[in-house]
Design a protein around this ligand. Sequence first.
Ligand code: URA
Ligand code: SF4
Length: 268
Amino acid sequence: MPVSARQARYLDALGVARYARRVAGEGMPDKSAVAPTLATVEEAPQPFRAPADMTQPAAPAPVTAMAVNRNVPGANTATDWPGLIAQIAACTACGLSRTRTKTVPGIGDRQADWLIIGEAPGADEDASGEPFVGRAGKLLDAMLRAVGLNRQRGVYITNIVKCRPPNNRDPAPDEAAACAGYLERQIALIEPKLILAVGKVAAHNLLGTQEPMSQLRGKVWRWRGTDLPVVVTYHPAYLLRSPLEKRKSWDDLCLAQDVYRKRAAESA
Ligand code: URA
Ligand code: SF4
């Protein structure tokens, strides 16, 4: 099946147009060319139901770095953006604080409808304090542009942990847990309409599951029992290593866009 014009433009932007045309021309099966419809979205399973819920009352204790890091949804509700950024900058709640150069709290529109969540800062991010500035970041920008978004408008970008793990290893569970309160506070402040989890590590931590990407993609998940939808796609660093998968990431963005439009229409 030939690729659609929009998908072809997307693949062009991601530098795989020639490959895509060759594959289409060779008549390989192309399951990925069909974007999920709204009906698929409505019928999509919502497998995750965490016991906790964001409507839990705020912790009564004064807001301290410790209070932030108890992994309680809705904790630390007293903190505004400047307070939150300052807390992250001073945070020593996990071992990553010992090796980081700069904390990387996140960047973008603080009233964004789309919240993009990656895994952890890498070397470029650790040096600059901004998420997704390296090669993977350039690819993420191209993916976002394809659905009319950019990091100045409509999008906020952050990570599961705000400090770089040494040698770019995956963040450990205790590090992700220590950092979760900051992400929860960001979600509460931004009130996004959609979370796009990029990569397995982000998805596993957000959804509390260990399922493989094949099970995580193509479904509409919910964040901690709220009605906030989570869509999972490949990490751009993975797409740089496995360019053939770029085609499938288009399906994920179409699904995310469908879910977003539906939610935006509901709340209009
Ligand atoms: N990879 C991520 O997951 N996050 C970044 O900020 C950069 C690379
Ligand atoms: Fe604090 Fe998160 Fe950095 Fe750990 S990764 S030191 S919890 S900001």
